[in-house]
Design a protein around this ligand. Structure first.
Ligand code: GLA
Length: 693
């Protein structure tokens, strides 16, 4: 007996088949199948042959491959009874529900007392799959591994892109061949982490930003994930995502985070745009529009808070165009450096003898919103909180410290209540519209209850202070995932304000993140994390590619720098209404020294393209930059937004240097735009306006 299910829209189809009531497997995932396609033959055709050296029936790569069926690879569930004896469930169907684009399939093993539920849906607006597994047991069990619904990687794919990184260099991509055996990433840091963005793209060698098949995955969880991408000896491939090994405790009820996935045949931009749109429209809630120009004082003053300095910084920031002022670390306890006071969330009377109100009043009188920094999950030993509650610390007493700090056990209700009360006292008594929520160390133990506790605290605060926007920061981009983005409206992508490094990080993060949530700041002239000196134009335009902000001491700016920054900020404000909901498409550049992208408006009427020259090119003259995402039949008026930056060493006369031009989308995408020669570490900004259909 074969049962089949179809989940799809006009862009992709996912077909599931179950034989004789057993766990279903995906028998098709790719471009949308035509209406009327019979699914049973697809299921029957997918039954694998058997030959020498094999068991007599191949176990399916089901939504949770089972050890009990002699599955020859990593299983989808590893579970033990309360005494530690391994269970090998053999699930059979119990019930099914399908309504619209959601399918819920329930399977049971009565002997083991286990129920496994697969919750599968497709969001029509964004064509993103959302897949979740739940496991229930009649007795206490220990779950070492529970995979979200397992998906196949089709045979014609042969490469995959993984993500790693480090502090100040997040979202590094690593393109690897698919090879026999399992590629496993088990993130044991207890947070999403710089080194482990929970994403994967399976593709073929030929897949580029603009063309080719791409299967993209993201696990929406902030507590550390495990990924298994495996090619079996028989040639089949499977992709599994779940919580990091053994991070789920003993209990009767377990669930994975949602696994988001999508297929596109139009390259990495095809999947990237779906993820970006999904974040904007389905994940993030209550984001302020228009997105305010941000100012953060961290790199201007660090722990040295002086009211008069802060006021004059706020004056300058407002003049430059800032609309939000964020007071960073150092305002609470006796926090003069990073050895003390985390946990004591009361205003430091030495620095603020009259409280925060004088500063907040000043900031708001300048027309800016006031924001404030917290690191709620952390505690210093030198704090009143630690002296009162050393037992609130997560992990063993002799653990290694991180940034001289320890972590609070967020699974404890009393800890969360304390934090809620402390934060509410400040947030409730002041005009505060924004909280930067930091998390500056890895955890001493990996436990999903810690993340659940953090989510619960976030959710309570969001209900209590619905007007406050939250930012997720974790030494920069250490906690970026759809789980945290359901509770926040912005991520601090990286502590690197080095515009060149930012170009690369932003470019790769755009595989999943839209501009509206991606914080990007103009840093100090001498970059504090790389030591480089980068011109204001590149710094400002780089920030203008995402949710724009400043982080330097604005009093350091020369009149020329201030003028450039003001002009770019004004450009951003004039365009942000459409830019913040635009699709970001990464451009395939012939010159590896060029990092380029195009942002296309939702209504397809305009675009802005950014082409940064990160280092000197090998050849003398620039290659044309081929655009993407345009209507080939439409004509566009093209201009260079920063034409006045052409250098006198550019002595020729490419048209765009002196005037606008009108060309077809076809020309722009097939031939590309010839840009004037320029120095390395500069950027051209191209504006396009559709002039006819
Ligand atoms: C982390 C953040 C920074 C800043 C400092 C404050 O490093 O990433 O942006 O807030 O903490 O201590």
């Amino acid at each position: 007996m074969i049962k089949t299910w179809h989940l799809g829209d006009d862009r992709q189809s996912l077909v599931l088949a179950s034989h004789d009531g057993r766990l279903p497997e995906v028998v098709y995932w790719g471009l949308a199948l035509p209406d009327g396609e019979a699914l049973e033959p697809l299921a029957a055709a997918a039954i694998m042959d058997v030959t020498g050296g094999m068991v007599d029936e191949n176990a399916p790569t089901s939504l949770s491959p089972e050890a009990s069926r002699t599955f020859p690879g990593q299983t989808g569930l590893t579970v033990r009874d309360a005494d530690g004896a391994v269970l090998r469930p053999n699930f059979v169907i119990h019930s099914e529900e399908q309504s619209g684009n959601q399918i819920i399939l329930t399977f049971v093993d009565t002997e083991c007392g286990l129920t496994i539920i697969f919750d599968l849906s497709l969001t029509a607006e964004t064509s993103l799959l959302r897949l979740q597994t739940r496991l229930q047991s009649k007795d206490d069990i220990i779950v070492d591994w529970l995979a979200a619904p397992v998906l196949p990687a089709p045979a014609h794919t042969n490469e995959m892109i993984e993500f790693s990184g480090r502090w100040c260099s997040e979202f590094q991509t690593c393109r690897l061949p698919v090879a026999p055996g399992a590629r496993v990433r088990d993130n044991r840091t207890g947070r999403t982490d710089h080194a482990h963005f929970p994403g994967l793209i399976v593709c073929s060698k030929a897949t580029s930003n603009t063309a080719g098949d791409a299967y993209a995955f993201h696990y929406g969880w902030s507590g550390g994930h495990k990924m298994v991408a495996e090619e079996l000896a028989d040639g089949r491939r499977q992709v599994q995502f779940g919580h990091a090994t053994s991070s789920m405790a003993k209990g009767k009820s377990f669930e994975t985070a949602p696994l988001y996935a999508t297929f596109s045949d139009s390259g990495f931009n095809g999947t990237a745009v779906r993820f970006q749109r999904h974040v904007r429209t389905q994940i993030v809630r209550d984001a302020r529009t228009p997105r305010p120009v941000h100012y953060n004082c961290w790199e201007a003053i660090y722990f040295d808070h002086k009211l008069e300095d802060l006021k004059s910084i706020a004056d300058r920031a407002a003049e430059l165009g800032a609309e939000r002022f964020v007071l960073d670390d150092g305002w609470f306890g006796r926090r003069d450096d990073d050895t003390t006071s985390l946990g004591d969330w009361t205003i430091d009377p030495r620095k603020y003898p009259n409280g925060l109100t004088p500063l907040i009043d000043h900031v708001t009188s300048l027309g800016m919103e006031f924001g404030i920094w917290y690191e709620p999950e952390m505690i210093n030993e030198d704090s009143d909180l630690y002296r009162a509650h050393p037992e609130w610390v997560l992990g063993p007493a002799d653990q290694t410290r991180g940034r001289q700090q320890l972590v609070l056990d967020m699974a404890r209700r009393d800890v969360r209540d304390y934090l809620f009360d402390q934060m509410s006292a400040v947030l409730g008594a002041h005009k505060i519209g924004y909280v930067k929520w930091d998390h500056n160390r890895v955890l001493p133990i990996v436990d999903a209850a810690q993340t659940d506790g953090v989510y619960e605290l976030f959710d309570r605060l969001r209900v209590a202070f619905p007007h406050i926007e939250f930012e997720s920061c974790s030494s920069g981009g250490g906690r970026i995932d759809f789980g945290i983005l359901e509770r926040t409206q912005r991520v601090w992508l990286s502590d690197s304000n080095d515009a060149l490094e930012r170009q690369r990080i932003q470019h790769d993060a755009a595989l999943f993140l839209p501009a509206s949530v991606t914080g990007s700041h103009v840093g100090p002239r001498h970059c504090h994390t790389s030591g480089r000196v980068i011109g204001m134009s590149l710094r400002a335009w780089t920030a203008a590619q995402r949710h724009m902000g400043f982080e330097m001491d604005p009093r350091e700016l020369t009149p020329q720098e201030a003028e450039t920054l003001k002009a770019v900020t004004q450009w951003w404000k004039a365009n942000r209404d459409w830019l913040m909901s635009a699709d970001i498409l990464r451009l395939d550049t012939v010159d590896p020294a060029v990092i380029a992208e195009i942002q296309v408006a939702e209504d397809d009427q305009k675009f802005a393209a950014f082409a940064a020259l990160a280092r000197p090119s090998d050849q003398i003259l620039p290659y044309p930059v081929r655009l993407a995402g345009l209507d080939p039949q439409a004509f566009y008026r093209i201009s260079l937004a920063n034409r006045d930056e052409a250098h006198h060493l550019s002595r020729g006369a490419p048209l765009l240097k002196s005037q606008d031009m009108s060309v077809s989308g076809q020309y722009l995408m097939s031939h590309g735009l010839t840009l004037p020669w320029r120095f390395p570490e500069t950027i051209w900004v191209i504006e396009g306006q559709r002039v006819s259909a």
